[in-house]
Ligand binder design. Sequence first.
Ligand SMILES: N[C@@H](CCC(=O)N[C@@H](CS)C(=O)NCC(=O)O)C(=O)O
Length: 486
Amino acid sequence: MDSALGSDVTLYGNWRSSSTHRVAIALRLKGIPFRYVAVDLSHGAQNEASFRAVNPGAQVPVLVLDGETLTQSTAILEALDERFPNHPRLMPEGVLPRARAREIVQLVNSGMQPFQLPSSVRKRMTDAFGLDQHQDGPDRAYRAFTTEHLRATLAELDRLVARTGGPFALGDTPSIADCLIVPQLDASVPFGIDINGYPALSRTYEACAKIAAFQDSKSHTFPDAPARDATPSAGPGAGAAQSDSVRTAVAAVAELARVVADGMAYKEGDEATARYLADKANNPIPGIELARAEAFRRFGPVATKASSYEVCLFLRWLAEVMGARTVVEVGVFTGSSSLALLAGMPRDGRLTAFDVSHEYTDVARQGWASIGATERVDLRLVDAHEGLLAMQREPGRLGTVDLAYVDGLNTQYQANHEAILPLMRPGGVIVYDNVLWKGRVVAGDTDAQSTHLRELNAMLALDPRVSSTVLSLGDGLALAVCHAAS
Ligand SMILES: N[C@@H](CCC(=O)N[C@@H](CS)C(=O)NCC(=O)O)C(=O)O
């Protein structure tokens, strides 16, 4: 029996605190109603006497349960599981499975989260290590270290999670491990980390993304998150507020902007230029902001797999200067690049687009509908390589494509190159995205993707059927002009 009804549960937390997210997820998984009290960490509310009276340790989360005050999120999760032993159990049965769960919990709790220092602690650290003397400045130096540390530790976390067949971290149901992993992955994105590089973690993340307890515990859904109207704080009420789609979209845009700006600030090293280019030096691409916000709301960090904004701007421009009427896209995902291509094509242009995911392309479909372009897109939910070969067999298709944009499964690029070439008209252009693969291609990494892309770049340079060049735009863009349909 769920004995939660009637119990008085209060969570003190903060919208950006991943440790708070862990507890909120667990409470919602268990269906435990709770009151949420926001502690404004960015203005030092944790150090005020009123909060120190609750937790002298001056940190969130704090859970008040049955009149007792509990701190340390992992202790809270275990206490909740024992106090409310209803389904799903957060801790598995059996000595070994419990030890396996704790391996994951400890790696995140003590090996990862503490390195994402709040600014007050970060200042103490950068001062203690003399990082103001560092050539990149104290903050960049800290971020570079944390990013490298997270990358290395995520690889180990991925190994631990890969031991089960999934879909969740410990098997068929969500557990304590997922309560820690999902907020940790969300928190890693602002450090420029692409979680798609960790297959077992991506699998777990996607399984959790389908569950309301995880969806309703994202940072932007908390009552103290910015870009929300002031609403009375409430636990289950936070979920109800999320159904207000407009407010959620606004919060999601704000969150996305923060994540993108954080990522750009580190990756590109020039946040001001990135912001200026996006805000002041380009017309917006119709529909793209909402599509990106909706993708982020639904899929969290997975949404960052979308083509970068600068690549989208370039695609629109290219489609326009080429007057591209017949366009092929491989890898629609959530629709950013297709919206860019459609924006550059004439009104009678048609886009044939390949993807295998109903879920991701559902967001793309919304985007096309929002700009009245539904009829201009022929979406084919099939394996792209098979789909391209089938397209070759359709009457009148060979030698007709003006522009092809290839993204998606980047170990299929070489096969797709062969399948696309016969479809291209002489002078048509094929664009391949991510050909520098976050620096790994140049660094000589030997994983399957880096190796494949290095081979592709070398092959394109020598392929007599095309003239090609590679731009270091976004994550690297290869452009191949076709000499003749072959
Ligand atoms: N190990 C603790 C970590 C708690 C923690 O790091 N809390 C952060 C927010 S995620 C905090 O309150 N920071 C405020 C500060 O340290 O000033 C737990 O799992 O609860």
